[in-house]
Design a protein around this ligand. Structure first.
Ligand SMILES: Cc1cc2nc3c(=O)[nH]c(=O)nc-3n(C[C@H](O)[C@H](O)[C@H](O)COP(=O)(O)OP(=O)(O)OC[C@H]3O[C@@H](n4cnc5c(N)ncnc54)[C@H](O)[C@@H]3O)c2cc1C
Length: 416
């Protein structure tokens, strides 16, 4: 049988694959998205939906290792490493630990802010241009603190973030509470990032898929990719629905990317960073904007259509269980801060695997040594926020156009 030929095959129908597809269509290329389940059913589904150029600092920071070790023995801690024999994980952790210093922190922060800032403005343009109905609101995001030492630490960090273009406003507890009746007394201070935003991520991916289809792109669901072969003329992809061929192929499999990359002899240093969320009907008293309850690291997102608590970073491999202790920790953390920490009806309890690289930068660009194969993965905690810039960068690289941001920091070659 002849493989069906499309211009660019996108492997993975998460937010990154779909954003890449949309930007390629905009650049005049044909696309076919191949998705093992349904579009947006991976990490892109139940995440917190915050759009946060403010989160430029990477996870690998001075002090993270000490914190991680302290939390290792606390089953409901926001950062958790399940001790196990996995050489890939230990290699990843060794690289991660080596980057917990000021120099590397600055380098990652710089490269993260370049892609985050581009993505923030591009996302707003896309929402407007394509009419994306995804409850996008440019209303900022707050970090809220009940512990003074924690507040002092972040207020100081905000000063150093100014040079990376992160704008912030500091509030003392009394002023903040006056304007935010959803919170209980005891808040000592808050930091507002007025340039952050939020959207409903499941709707965002559904809308990206709609626009891709409307503009002539093909999306095949229940189409699991298991092999890849490139030649001078293009790429042949083996799938559960038969072979597909294209001029190029993009691996955009989020946390699943390393397995397919391995078939090409590439070791992608991506670990699944498991996170959880609970989605409810909207309580009657909700915060005015998305917030992170910082002492508990619980993110609260409010939409017209619902209310979500989300958080935790657990390195436990490709573990598919829904951990009740962690879900309970979300509600307990929210209960310390909010008068109404949960909605009346639970719509969904969920986990997702963030595709975590040890330098907290995505992997965007050509597969080393392969002309027709590309990687768009490793977006960690910020794939939704980085989606528009990542999609545009991939489309520009594949089409040979000038890129809006310097692609060098995101190349796979940094790991070789
Ligand atoms: C709790 C939590 C909260 C988060 N909050 C935020 C936030 O507020 N803001 C933000 O910006 N980011 C957030 N993130 C991160 C964000 O969700 C991810 O970075 C992003 O969704 C990654 O997108 P992706 O397209 O790379 O991967 P995914 O969405 O995981 O997509 C990969 C796709 O590949 C498919 N697939 C797998 N194997 C195959 C195969 N062999 N063949 C074909 N298809 C395959 C999967 O089914 C999946 O649909 C959060 C994540 C979590 C877990």
């Amino acid at each position: 049988m002849n493989a069906q030929h499309d211009e660019v095959l996108i492997i993975g129908g998460g937010v990154i694959g779909l954003a890449t597809a949309l930007a390629l269509i905009d650049a005049g290329r044909g696309v076919r998205v191949l998705e093992a389940a349904t579009v947006g059913s991976g990490a892109s589904h139940g995440n917190c939906g915050t759009i946060t150029p403010s989160h430029a600092p990477p996870l690998a920071a001075p002090g993270t290792i000490a914190l991680g070790l302290r939390w290792m023995f606390t089953p409901d801690a926001p950062l958790y490493l399940k001790p196990r024999l996995d050489p890939g994980l230990w290699r990843w952790l060794a690289h991660f630990a080596a980057r917990c210093n000021l120099k590397d922190w600055r380098q990652s922060t710089q490269s993260r802010s370049a892609i985050l800032n581009d993505s923030r403005s591009r996302l707003a343009e896309w929402v407007e241009r394509y009419g994306l109905q995804c409850e996008f609101a440019e209303e900022g995001l707050d970090y809220v603190f009940r512990q003074q030492a924690n507040f002092d630490h972040y207020a100081k960090e905000c000063e150093s973030l100014r040079e990376f273009g992160v704008v912030s406003e500091i509030f003392d507890g009394a002023d903040y509470l006056r304007d935010e009746p959803a919170l209980k007394p005891g808040v000592v201070g808050a930091v507002r990032f007025p340039e952050d935003a939020r959207l409903r991520p499941d709707r965002y991916v559904a809308e990206l898929a709609r626009v891709v289809r409307e503009r002539g792109g093909a999306i095949e669901e229940n189409c699991c990719v298991d092999s890849l072969q490139d030649s001078a003329n293009g790429v042949i992809v083996g799938t559960s629905l038969g072979p597909r061929s294209g001029s190029d192929a993009v691996i955009a499999l989020g946390a699943w990317s390393p397995a397919l990359a391995r078939t090409l002899g590439i070791e992608l240093p991506i670990q699944p960073g498991k996170g959880y969320s609970i989605t409810y009907s909207r309580p009657s008293l909700v915060p005015r904007r998305a917030m992170v309850l910082k002492d508990r690291q619980v993110c609260v997102t409010v939409w017209e259509s619902g209310f979500r608590l989300g958080s935790t970073m657990e390195f436990s491999g490709y573990d598919e269980t829904l951990n009740a202790t962690r879900l309970a920790a979300l509600e307990r953390g929210a209960g310390e801060y909010l008068h109404e920490p949960v909605g009346a009806v639970v719509h969904e309890r969920w986990y997702g695997w963030r595709p975590m690289t040890w330098d907290d930068l995505p992997v965007l660009g050509r597969v080393p040594g392969k002309r027709k194969l590309w990687l768009a993965a490793g977006h960690g905690m910020l794939g939704v926020t980085m989606s528009a810039a990542s999609g545009q960068l991939m489309a520009d690289l594949i089409a040979g156009n000038t890129t809006a941001i310097d692609p060098a920091p995101y190349r796979m070659e940094r790991f070789l």
